[in-house]
Design a protein around this ligand. Sequence first.
Ligand code: UT7
Length: 319
Amino acid sequence: MTFRSVILGTGSALPKQRVSNDDLAQRVDTSDEWIVARTGIRFRHIAGEGETTATLGAQAARHALAAADVQADTIDLIILATATPDQTFPASATKIQALLGINDCVAFDVAAVCSGFLYALSVADSMIRTGAARRAIVIGAETFSRILDWEDRTTCVLFGDGAGAVVLEGQEGEAGILSTKLHADGRHNELLYVDGGPSTTGTVGHVRMKGSEVFRHAVVNLATVMTEVLDSTGLMPADVDWVVPHQANARILDATARKLGLSADQIVVTVDQHANTSAASVPLALDTAVRDGRIQRGQLLVLEAMGGGFTWGAAAVRY
Ligand code: UT7
C-alpha cells in the first residue's frame, strides 16, 4: 500500500458557441479540407460575453466536485493551469475559489501553457504526498480565442476555449498518480510565444507559432517523456490502457502512438471537437473519456502534453 493522489472525479466545461471550419473559412483564407487534413480539427468552442477562463474553470470544477461527491468547502488546494488568466493579477485560481464559495484554501495559477495541466497535477500531487494538502482541485482552463490574431490563418484555426478539472485526494492504496515527469527548454521561445506581456509591451499580445518546427519537437519530446514516466514506474507500453494526450494535432497523436507501439484506438482523441485548448485539453479529454465510459477504474492512463517554452511532461495514473 502506498499513499497516492487519487482522482476522485473529473469535470469539464465548454463555451456555448461552437464554430466549424466552414465558419472560419468565411473570415480567413482557409478551408475545411485543409484544416481537417493537416490537424484533424472540425470544431472549436469560442467564449462569448460573460464567459471567461475563471467562469469556465469554476464550471468544470463544479462538475468534478459533483462527480467526486465532495463538498467544495472540504477542498484545501486549488491550482489553475492557464496562459489566459482573467486578469494579470490576482491569480484566476482565487476567482475560481470565490466562485466555488470556498473562503480559505491555498489557490494559485501555474503558467506552462499547453503543458500547464501536467505541471499543476505534479505540484498538487507533491503537496498531497507531503501532507501540505489533503484534497485538491486541479484545473486547466483557457480562453485562447482572446489572444489569437484572427487575421492569421496559421494560428487562428488551431485553437479553442474550454476547461477541465479533477478532484484529487490522498489515499492509501494501489490507485492514483504513480509518477510524473516534467521538462522545460527555454531556448525555443521564438517557436511558440505571445508577442506581448505586462513587462514588455504592456499589451496582452497575440499567439505566434512556427507550427512545423513545433511539430517536429513535439513528436520526439512526447515519445521520450512517455517512455521516461513509464520506466520510472517499472511499467511497459503494453501495460497502458489509455493515452490521454494534449490535443494539438491528430497527426502528432498518431505519430507519438506509433513511436511507442500503441494502437491508435488506445488514444483519447477530442481534437476534432475541441481543437487545441492549451492547458484545458488534457483534463477535457480525460473527462470526455471517463463520462463516455471508455476509461474505467483500475486502468492505467498516461497523460502527456507539450507546449510553449518549450515545456513538456507526462503522468502515469492508475485511475
Ligand atoms: O499546443 C502546443 C503545441 N502545438 C503544436 O503541437 C502544433 C504543431 N504544429 C502543427 O500542428 C502543424 O505544424 C500545423 C497544423 C500548425 C501546420 O501544419 P503543417 O503541415 O506543418 O503546415 P505548414 O505550416 O508547413 O504550412 C503548409 C502550407 C503553407 O503554404 P505554403 O507556404 O506551402 O504555400 C501555409 O501557408 O499551408 C499553408 N497554411 C494554410 N492553408 C490553409 C497554413 N495555415 C493554413 C490554413 N489554411 N489555415
